[in-house]
Design a protein around this ligand. Structure first.
Ligand SMILES: [Mg+2]
Length: 326
């Protein structure tokens, strides 16, 4: 039997032969689709959290799971530089859930929606073998569109926040790694309660030329590759510049494997002319920004310099939800 296709290979195969109308400004292959409707640029995206693929039920209160489900969608709108506006929610529920699970999940969804000024305008509930929360989110563009194909040779490569914390938090929760006290709380919280960088995305969308951007859901190496392939450029990242937290170092020292390949950061990765320093961008975006490398000439290779130990091959491929075993 042949091996099943990976997530991105399958998506490519499914999209083959699609013919969209001219109203579709950006189709499949970016963080959101962009549609032109009566002069307004609308964003549309969908994402799901599936029990035992993306989370274990006993790691979350239902409220926190609800907040996280909306946040991962908001992150895709942030990565386009847009404002989220409204969503519909498809909820699959199984037997033997904790009492009032759905009501408590919705309490989290409603509070996250209120905070992000998103209307919950509809939904669906169905029975299934596992819990799934699938959200279709709409948004709009007010300035530039942060597409993945805007990276040019000579641009700097930047990231917000610190990388790898959430991947460590996941491994602490499932017992693969150990940490205690504040370190443990910080890393677990980075996995359980990520934030969507909406205001940073909006600030980026006001810059000219418009940066190339993606949100880091599948790991730095894999997500940067998406930008490189879309922009048909190569890049060099300096491992010594990758921002990691004190808690990250406390658990794994200078092993950068999870900062490179761990998913669930929901930070923004973007490429733009090196006109501004990391400090200036941090001020403009309201979040810590670090320059980690440079876009090179044509091609789509990714070179990682100054890596103390060579990463395993999968680390550079990124996170693939179809091949993941846990
Ligand atoms: Mg994304």
């Amino acid at each position: 039997m042949s091996e099943p296709p990976g997530e991105f290979q399958l998506i490519r195969a499914l999209c083959r032969g699609l013919r969209n109308s001219r109203a579709t400004l950006v189709g499949p292959g970016d963080d959101c689709a962009v549609l032109a409707v009566d002069g307004v640029k609308l964003l549309a995206t969908v994402d799901s959290l599936v029990e035992d693929v993306h989370f274990k039920l006993d790691w979350f209160t239902p409220e926190k799971l609800g907040v996280r489900a909306l946040t991962v969608n908001l992150s895709d709108v942030a990565a386009m530089g847009g404002d989220p506006t409204a969503c519909v929610i498809d909820l699959a529920l199984r037997d033997n859930l904790p009492e009032r699970f759905a009501e408590r999940l919705y309490r989290g969804l409603k509070s996250a929606a209120r905070e992000a000024k998103v209307d919950i305008v509809g939904g669906n509930v169905t029975r299934a073998g596992q819990v799934m929360i699938s959200i279709s989110l709409l948004g709009r563009i007010r300035a530039g569109i942060l597409e993945r194909d805007n990276a040019r040779p000579g641009y700097g490569i930047f990231v917000t926040g610190t990388l790898g914390d959430a991947a460590l938090g996941w491994r602490i929760l499932d017992g693969r790694l150990r940490a205690a006290g504040r370190t443990r709380r910080f890393l677990v919280q980075r996995y359980i309660s990520p934030s969507a960088r909406l205001s940073a995305g909006r600030a980026l969308a006001e810059l000219i030329p418009t940066p190339a951007a993606i949100d880091l859901s599948d790991g730095l190496a894999g997500d940067l590759r998406h930008i490189l392939e879309a922009s048909r450029v190569s890049a060099e990242v300096d491992a010594g510049l990758i921002p990691v937290s004190t808690a990250y170092r406390a658990v794994v020292g200078d092993d950068l494997e999870l900062a490179l390949s761990g998913g669930d950061d929901y930070e923004l990765l973007f490429c733009m002319p090196e006109r501004y320093s990391g400090d200036e961008l941090s001020r403009r975006l309201g979040v810590r920004v670090t320059r980690i490398g440079r876009v090179m000439k044509r091609g789509s290779g990714l070179k990682i310099a100054n890596l103390a130990k060579p990463p395993y091959a999968g680390a550079l491929r990124g996170w693939d939800h179809l091949r993941q075993s846990s």
